[in-house]
Ligand binder design. Structure first.
Ligand code: NAD
Length: 356
């Protein structure tokens, strides 16, 4: 029997609650397949600051590098907001992504038929939306040097090299080849030099993918088009900062940020996490939606373990459970037959998985 070694990072806030539900579902899927999982837990974020004095202890990096994949919940919270930047939970996550060289963050967004009413947008605008945000993850303004805040003046540096743009562009074009053959590259080339290099490089890479239709859009327009007509998009290729903002915006197409998974790829080991944060406002109440994390576990099966069948089982079980009207509190206003706690909906999905 194959055994996949998963590093678990639960993190802060709702992190532990949602990861526990993903484990239930993973165990359910492995019970009917020819593989098994072993789990090792590591600290990162605020909890790591409290216990180890650093948001990313060395044993976490080593443990992750020695695993087959990483499943991560979320980090952060007010308690740690006043710490110097290098001690903040978010720095731990940024440094882990860098240590793993996961430069490509894939964020698929589609609308569950059962939840079309959960979106703040009109039915005819969102029905059938199916897009993939390909966000560059370890470059751009989040990492650029120099950076400074002396109390009177502050700056960050948005920097991309041609090679960094090339490698993420290849991921976007390859993803589009498996989808509807369209890439929209989002930048701010009318104002920023770094965006001009981005655009020129994406144009260059596109010549290797003649079957993929490339368009460019300024980020301000893209923010508007995502709400006006999201169906026009297949793959959105963009930088770290723009991708962060646009994918949160796009999450409202699906109705709740608690539904959207992500995969961070490009290094030897993939990192899988929901797109949302640690939601301190609802932590410990048993009302967080674990579906984004459960679907991130499905992405892990697909991209890191090549277990497409098992990934599909989880995705189908989630759809089934939503179709049957089970909802966590964030979605309780939309065709709910039963309102479930985090743990209840996790168990219902796990049960469904083991029956598929
Ligand atoms: P957030 O995503 O944590 O929460 C935004 C809103 O969405 C909140 O009202 C929250 O209750 C709700 N929400 C989020 N996830 C949910 C879920 N699974 N089910 C139901 N509702 C959910 O963003 P924020 O409030 O801006 O940030 C809170 C903390 O998380 C901050 O410390 C921030 O730095 C951190 N953060 C971490 C990550 C990460 O770990 N990858 C990402 C974003 C923000």
């Amino acid at each position: 029997m194959k055994q996949y070694k998963i590093a678990l990072i639960k993190g802060d806030g709702i992190g532990p609650e949602i990861i526990d539900e993903a484990i239930k579902v993973l165990d359910a899927v492995s019970s009917n397949e020819k593989f098994d999982f072993s789990y090792n837990e590591y600290l990162m974020g605020g909890i790591a600051v409290d216990v180890k004095g650093t948001p990313l202890p060395e044993e976490t990096v080593q443990g992750c590098l020695n695993s087959d994949a990483i499943l991560f919940g979320a980090i952060g919270g007010e308690k740690w907001d006043k710490l110097p930047r290098d001690k903040r939970p978010e720095t731990g996550l940024l440094n882990l992504r860098k240590a793993l060289s996961v430069f490509a963050n894939l964020r698929p967004m589609s609308v569950f038929d059962e939840l079309v009413n959960a979106s703040t947008l009109k039915l005819e605008v969102i029905n059938g939306v199916d897009l993939l945000v390909v966000r560059e993850l370890i470059g751009g303004i989040y990492f650029g040097q120099p950076r400074q805040n002396d109390g009177n003046c502050a700056f960050n540096t948005m920097i991309y090299t041609k090679d960094e743009v090339k490698r993420i562009a290849h991921i976007a074009f390859k993803s589009a080849q498996k989808r509807r053959q369209k890439v929209c590259s989002v930048d701010k080339a009318n104002v920023l030099e770094v965006s001009q290099l981005w655009r020129d490089t994406v144009n260059e890479v596109s010549s290797e993918y003649p079957n993929v239709l490339l368009s460019h859009m300024y980020v301000d327009n893209a923010a508007m088009q995502l709400i006006r007509d999201p169906k026009q998009f297949d793959v959105i290729l963009t930088s770290n900062l723009f991708g962060d903002i646009l994918s949160d915006e796009a999450s409202m197409i699906s109705g709740s940020i608690g539904l959207l998974p992500s995969a961070s790829l490009g290094g030897k080991i993939g990192l899988y996490e929901p797109i949302h944060g640690s939601a301190p406002d609802i932590a410990g109440q048993g009302i967080a939606n674990p579906i984004a994390t459960i679907l991130s576990a499905a992405m892990m099966l697909r991209y890191s373990f090549n277990e497409e069948n098992a990934a599909k089982k989880i995705e189908d079980a989630v759809k089934d459970v939503l179709k049957d009207g089970y909802r966590t509190k964030d979605l309780s206003a939309y065709d709910a037959k039963e309102i479930c706690s985090t743990s209840e909906i996790g168990s219902i999905i796990a049960d469904r998985v083991s029956k598929i």
